[in-house]
Design a protein around this ligand. Sequence first.
Ligand code: OGA
Ligand code: ZN
Length: 363
Amino acid sequence: MDFFLDENGFLTSNHINFKNFSIHPLWLRERLSSENYLDQNNYQRLYEPSLLDPDIKFLKYVIEDNFLKIEFTDNSKGIFSIESLINALYSNDIIPEKKPWKNDFNTLPIYDFRSLNDDKYFSKLLSNFQELGFVIVNNTSTEEGTVIKFAEMFGPIRTTNFGKHFDVVSKPKANDLAYTSLGIKAHTDNPYRKPMPGIQILHCISNEAKGGDSSLVDGFAVAEYLKVNEPEMYEVLTTTNVLFKFVDKDIILENYGKLIELDHNNKYLQSRFSGRLDYVPYAEPLHLEKFYAARKKLYHLYESEEFELNFRLDSGMLMMFDNMRVLHGRTEYNVNTGFRHLQGCYIDHDSTEGKLRRLKSSL
Ligand code: OGA
Ligand code: ZN
């Protein structure tokens, strides 16, 4: 492979992976990583890159054994593996892409708690979580507080007005329908918060009652389905802002968002859905007609056999799911037939993504 300088003095290459790139000298200069440039304990820069010579140029470069050795006109020099250069050029991340799923698993992504101290196994769980937006873990424990211990294997807990964790039991005068024995259709938790909780963990201490089965649905897969099969509904759902609201005696929480939210490149960002908490702001009746039809379709897809995965959490099991992507629900249960107690808490996406990068990175 050959590198050469183009007419502007930018480094380019005839290699297939570099075809569309020409590299500005400062871009590479800023990436020098030896001890003159980066503190080797924390990989943070020891100088201010904005103050580098804006007219800096490449002075020398040579390729040896898949490494680029380079010198700049400010007397700095360094060495880059071609692989690291390609990763930087393509902004490659090691976080796996989302894989949309339907209710057609041959085997569920169930992990054994007792093996999680093995880094490879833990890393597999984390990769699978990134792909599917959920994992189930068995053989944890039936002790209270297990959910916190599990969550802290990833990172800090996101405390809310429900506390560091919440107890999902049926109680009188509940400030949330989750704390009754009613069935709860597929929903994302707490869309009224700014920001919404990223990841939810629900640990089952006891599930002796009749009913109380769990469900999960991939909001990403449903969004993809609508995009292809119902483009007009997809358009309405991705552009209509909805208000979500929580009210109790201590606090009123409100936030707006789309039921399917896209990023600035029109790529799927997240889902929001909670039929017990949403209020559609005023809009022209003809627009609302379209919105209500689309929301109804969305609801039916979320509860459809095609998309909704049903299973039962037994005591000692837990599920961890991406609350911005995977909706969850439960069937009604009968408090007279046995005790049901789950404990839940929230963590941030940073924790699972950050742990996976840590486990996979050589840094
Ligand atoms: C919740 C919830 C489901 C269950 O607490 O947010 O949806 O299985 N619980 O009780
Ligand atoms: Zn919930």
